[in-house]
Design a protein around this ligand. Structure first.
Ligand SMILES: Nc1ncnc2c1ncn2[C@@H]1O[C@H](COP(=O)(O)OP(=O)(O)OP(=O)(O)O)[C@@H](O)[C@H]1O
Ligand SMILES: [Mg+2]
Length: 397
């Protein structure tokens, strides 16, 4: 990345119990104005990472810098960081205007200035008419907008969001996603956004850091993650994947061949370090595989210098409107799904028939299997981490 790091986490680890790291040797740079998402399964350390950035938790090891200055010793309200949590966490006894004014009053901003800024913030979220209501009198989406206004009102340089749309229904979620993207653009905010929803991460972010077991598996742009996953975890977690397993036959110079369970050998891109004899996974997106006989194209069905071709038995066809999903069986063990665009030009193969599936070598990757990693034990001598201020609003997870 060309921009210097604005937020920098360097070798950051966190243990709550002195026995296991839930964040493990994390290195991550975020540039100014970037929208970075932390994406990963439950328990992978996303919230813990955000809490360390916000100052509600301290790292057990490592350091965090904002604009070149160490953050670790600063309490949350001195960090120039706004936060939005999943459950709004508005103060129920305060009005909407008072809620939005809260970060200003703890920062001793003058009354007149508070009033002007609260008005601007409520205008921004298009709710100025609700200023005197209490949170319970607002819908979920409106409350989440207020939470957003409260995080932005003191003009922080960084906004952290922890699953801010998790409690909203699908339609409202999408509206709020655009709202947040608009604010990010218009206010040139730096946003670190936690979600376990990969579609949300891919559509909103400049870059996504994929977490598993307290580690970043890959941090890259959405298209890079989708097209060029670096390991099996990322390929399976981001987007839909046909993860057929097999054994590496040859590997070198960015290309490998893989023997699948039915004996067919396919070719694809690979990462450095893969070796002949390794167990590996084919990463193939369902829309990159083709059923030439169903498309009526002149596409080659021969395995050649560009194409892989395998034979498979059709198990099921599912109509999905704009496409069909064809479920197939390769040999006796492996299942494979092919997405066929619905052009209505050609008949799909019938269940029970055996057909050829083709895909380009450069449309698939052969990835090392990442063995499930148990969380590492801490060195015996490491002291338990002190429990730090937990002034996060109720509902922060
Ligand atoms: N205050 C705490 N004390 C002890 N353990 C904790 C604490 N907070 C989190 N953990 C543990 O740390 C690990 C990481 O939790 P974290 O909340 O960071 O995960 P997450 O990625 O945000 O998950 P989710 O998607 O479910 O919110 C989990 O195993 C969790 O049980
Ligand atoms: Mg969480």
């Amino acid at each position: 990345m060309s921009n210097p790091a604005f937020i920098s986490l360097s070798r950051v680890s966190k243990s709550y119990d002195g026995a296991q790291y839930v964040v493990d040797d994390l290195n991550l740079d975020v540039s100014k104005g970037e929208f970075l998402s932390l994406l990963g399964p439950s328990g992978s350390g996303k919230t813990t990472t955000l809490m360390m950035l916000a100052g509600f938790e301290t790292p057990t090891h490592g350091e965090i810098r904002l604009d070149g200055r160490r953050l670790d010793d600063k309490p949350p309200h001195q960090r120039d960081i706004g936060m939005v949590f999943q459950n709004y966490a508005l103060f129920p006894h305060l009005t909407i205007a008072e809620n939005v004014a809260f970060p200003l009053s703890v920062r001793h901003v003058s009354r007149a200035e508070q009033k002007a800024r609260v008005k601007r913030a409520l205008d921004m979220i298009e709710l100025p008419h609700l200023a005197n209501r209490r949170p319970a009198q607002l819908s979920g989406g409106q409350q989440q907008r207020v939470a957003l206004a409260r995080a932005l009102v003191f003009e922080p340089s960084v906004v952290l969001m922890d699953e801010p749309l998790g409690a909203l229904d699908k339609r409202l979620r999408e509206t709020m996603q655009y709202e947040i993207m608009r604010l990010h653009r218009e206010l040139s905010l730096t946003i670190v956004y936690v979600t376990h929803d990969q579609a949300e991460a891919l559509t909103m972010s400049d870059r996504v850091a994929v977490f598993s077991d307290g580690r970043i598996q890959q941090a890259a742009t959405p298209s890079e993650l989708y097209e060029n996953a670096q390991n099996a975890f990322v390929a399976n977690f981001v987007g839909e994947n046909n993860g057929l397993t097999g054994r590496v036959v040859t590997a070198g110079e960015g290309w490998a061949t893989l023997a699948l369970s039915d004996g067919s050998v396919i070719r694809g891109r690979c990462e450095h370090g893969l070796r002949a004899g390794d167990d590996a996974m084919l990463a193939l997106r369902p829309e990159r595989a083709h059923i030439p006989s169903a498309e009526g194209t002149q596409a080659s069905t021969r395995a050649d210098e560009h194409n892989n071709v395998v034979r498979a038995r059709v198990e099921e066809r599912v109509y999905c409107g704009d496409h069909h999903r064809v479920h197939l069986k390769l040999g006796s063990r492996d299942s494979i799904v092919v997405k066929v665009p619905n052009t209505q030009r050609h008949a799909l193969p019938s269940p029970g028939s055996t057909i050829e599936i083709a895909w380009r070598h450069d449309d698939c990757k052969i990835l090392a299997m990442t063995a499930p990693r148990s969380a590492p034990a801490m060195p015996v001598s490491a002291p338990p981490s002190p429990s730090i201020i937990t002034t996060a609003p109720a509902g922060a997870n």
